[in-house]
Design a protein around this ligand. Structure first.
Ligand code: FNR
Length: 182
């Protein structure tokens, strides 16, 4: 059965390579996973006082994540860490105490950078923080993607054979992981 995936992209810019990576994975997952892109750009910065009248964007984000069978997070690497927009979403989603949208959700992490280590340090830090939120993290395969634009078509297809096989293996493992755990 097709599983629903809440996709959280840590870059807000339109031309983000991490959004392109998400589109490539979505295409490779067709028939197995249905991607739902969760808007993160309209979340205010975390402020405990706002729970008195919770922002609609926060409630929407939490609902969308809660309703999904699994979570896919894609992060750019910013100064050897992961994107602040993801941390902000993680903080909102973890509250009110006891009502976290992250707990026990099968979750995979990936990310792309033009740099040779493919956002590896940012991803490692994200994985560490996701563990503290009690998500069920997919241990592997890990996917540290050095972004090479020539490997991808404009329609989200992956034109480079080796890259396609690697990303296909990643989404196939993720689909099995979600199937087992959701
Ligand atoms: C970067 N970039 C970057 N790249 C990297 O490999 N390691 C790093 O530590 C950083 N640090 C960093 C900080 C800041 C503030 C910016 C804006 C950028 C480069 C980054 O990988 C590149 O801009 C990507 O294109 C960002 O991902 P999106 O937005 O294209 O998905």
């Amino acid at each position: 059965m097709t599983k629903s995936i809440a996709v959280l992209v840590g870059s807000l810019r339109k031309g983000a390579i991490n959004l392109s990576l998400a589109h490539a994975l979505e295409k490779l997952a067709e028939g197995k996973l249905k991607f739902h892109y969760v808007e993160l750009g309209d979340l205010p910065l975390y402020n405990e006082d706002l729970w008195a009248n919770p922002p609609a964007a926060v409630l929407r984000m939490k609902k969308e994540v809660s309703e999904a069978d699994g979570i896919l997070m894609l992060t750019p690497e910013y100064n050897r860490s992961y994107a602040g927009v993801l941390k902000n979403a993680m903080d909102w989603g973890s509250r009110p105490y006891g009502q976290s949208c992250w707990k026990n959700k099968p979750t995979a992490v990936t990310g792309a950078s033009p740099g040779a280590i493919g956002a590896a340090v940012g991803q490692a830090r994200l994985r560490n923080d996701l563990a503290s939120l009690s998500t069920i993290l997919m241990p592997g395969p890990e996917a540290y993607i050095q972004w090479k634009p020539e490997a991808y078509g404009a329609d989200g297809s992956v034109t480079d054979e080796n890259t396609r096989a690697f990303l296909q293996s990643f989404v196939d493992h993720f689909a099995s992981f979600v199937e087992k755990l959701s």
